[in-house]
Design a binder for this molecule. Sequence first.
Ligand code: PRT
Ligand code: ZN
Length: 300
Amino acid sequence: MLVQDRNSISLHYFNMNKLRIAIQKSGRLSDETLKLMSEAGVAVNTGQGKLVASCSSFPLEALFLRDDDIPAYVNDGVADIGIVGENGVKESGLNLRIAEKLGFSSCRLSLAVPKNIDYPGLSYFNGKRIATSYPVILKEFLTKHKITAEIHSISGSVEIAPGIGLAEGIFDIVSSGSTLISNGLKEVETVMRSEAVLVVSPALDNIRIALLDKLLFRFRAVQKAQNSKYILLNAPDDKLKDIIALIPGMKSPTIMPLAIKGWSSLHSVVNENDFWEVIDRIKELGAQGILVIPIEKMIV
Ligand code: PRT
Ligand code: ZN
């Protein structure tokens, strides 16, 4: 996308009391972004090849862009906010405010070398060539560690560079690690971790600040719900205190007596990350008939 196009979008949509969000047109960020927006009641009317789409349930307009262009659009104020990988923000060199980490498209940016190399540490890269699509992040890292290497900027298929004699190492995004393995490489240094983030334009007016607050409130409710489960169980009354200490709930759990004397039903919320450990412990305490239910939205 050229700067010229950026200006024409800007002129066309200026003055509308809507929040303009820049999102990836298609790629690893786009499906999860649209899913989060839809769960937050902000479903955009997507259509094949559309550059701009409106939203019927929220004063919002979506601009569909390549992920690399999103930080500049937000920085220039053509879009008010954007959803992009943290690595994309850092690579842009722009000092954009990150309002929220969104928890999807997680990955790391790592240095990798051919698997047969007996890697001695970072000094390996002194005087070597490193292929990458992220020269800004790599340069900053090498400078910080006083490593002098030649950075080869290439836009795709970075992982084949050592095999064709273009470089002695690569710096690229790693998720499962299988791309590295299938190209005979091994990860030797993790330089940064990344996930999708919501970035904000430096110049938002009050109307848009209020709309952003509303949107963030909804995103947080969706995220919180995804990280939590509703739990119902039966437990002996003399164990309730210990069980409540493990699953205290949002304010406090709900407790209702069962028809059988000495037993109660307890309803609470459990964090996804602690889930299995908590379940093991409440079972040990005598909990029975444990039901776990997904939560759709969670407002604390
Ligand atoms: O067309 P456009 O420019 O918009 O998209 P793009 O092709 O530049 O980006 P895209 O959609 O591939 O990635 C967008 C963002 O998703 C990245 O900037 C990261 O923040 C995030 N992300 C998360 C990833 C990955 N996981 C990922 N695995 N981006 C790329 N990969 C690639 C990586 O480049 C490597 O080739 O997947 C391969 C490694 O994956 P594993 O699982 O084999 O390790
Ligand atoms: Zn891209």
